[in-house]
Design a protein around this ligand. Sequence first.
Ligand SMILES: [Zn+2]
Length: 421
Amino acid sequence: MLVSAYNVAHQSATRAPETLQLTLEVSRGDTLMGMLTDAGVTMSEAHAAIESLREVFSPRDLRPGFEIRLSLESPGGGKAKAADGQGFNPIADGMRDAFRLVGLSFAPDVDRDVKVERSKDDDGFVASTTEKVLAPVDAGAIGLIDSSLYEAAMKADVPTNILLEAIKTLSYDVDFQRDIQPGDSFEVLYQNMVDEQGRPLKAGGLDYVELITGGRDIKLYRFTPSSGFADFFDDKGRSVRKTLMRTPIDGARISSTYGMRRHPILGYSKMHKGVDFAAPTGTPIYAAGNGTVEVAGRVNGYGNYIRLRHGGPYKTAYAHMSRFARGVHVGSRVHQGDVIGYVGMTGRATGPHLHYEVLVDNHQVNPASVKLPAGETLTGRDLKAFAEAKRAIDRRRSAIAPVLQVAATPDDKSKSADSDE
Ligand SMILES: [Zn+2]
């Protein structure tokens, strides 16, 4: 697909060669060869350029959406006259084979440029890559929540990957459907990777997230203990990770809670012994905790069903899966967060959803309210190192706080919401 084409030498003499800059977007099914020849480059030049590109980048790795900048030179003469002015399109104008390839370039990653140019003695092409030097710069956001954390964070320009990490980190302590109220507030600290001009090209990881909700002030710090696995800890050094997750699926909506309900298929009132999460077929389902697969198979109304045995009296069960993840069978070990299967509607189900159960001593309990044992608590050297890491993060927070306070100034709407309290 042609994105733009313009003529560099608008006012050039009729017979002088002119350079055209073309930006082409890779569409599904495009090959670089096809794109170059469509743009008017001869087969042999296109072939030579691609051969040299191969030294630094496999043309097979071109993805739909990549933008390729082409530099072409018209041979001058009658045809070049038609190339004057904006909006000129050599493809539409049927000027195949009229152009000499000067070079091409594209950015396969935000921090990498690939370039193919004519060699110095002009007997072929040379390819090169340039890595951009990116430096980490602290960034953050403070915001009031009007409706959802997601909306508030988006309004505060928090990058999506940072927001998802923050939600995942908080989800051990917060029930997002029930707990979040207008007037709650949040803070995040993360790093942006910026180029030499200071433009943020990608976000690094989340370092700190705070949520003030329902009288609770939850502050979570990233820290890597001597075990080598980075995790989030509260200000007392307790891991946020519980032994079991209450929500073993991302981005799902609770469609039915635990308790008595009228059964949607059977019609009569019946105890619903789990929580239903509505999600599209194929959505990954995670192991809620470390454990061993106790059951993996077809079980009556449950359809494709997996039950995991965790430490102590705890088990979790997952029903209606479309399929199990590869390698998951009775006896296999799973870690918290491993994908064990995918949402479906096998067994008795009116639509695709995950039916999730938590069992204590083989009896189903309410996954939303059961008291779950906490994860690791830092001690000794780890606790000392954590205190230092925490102070460093707090210093970084106060260093960028003046900038953030401006952004967090409540607008009129949230002010009036405050005065209602
Ligand atoms: Zn259910």
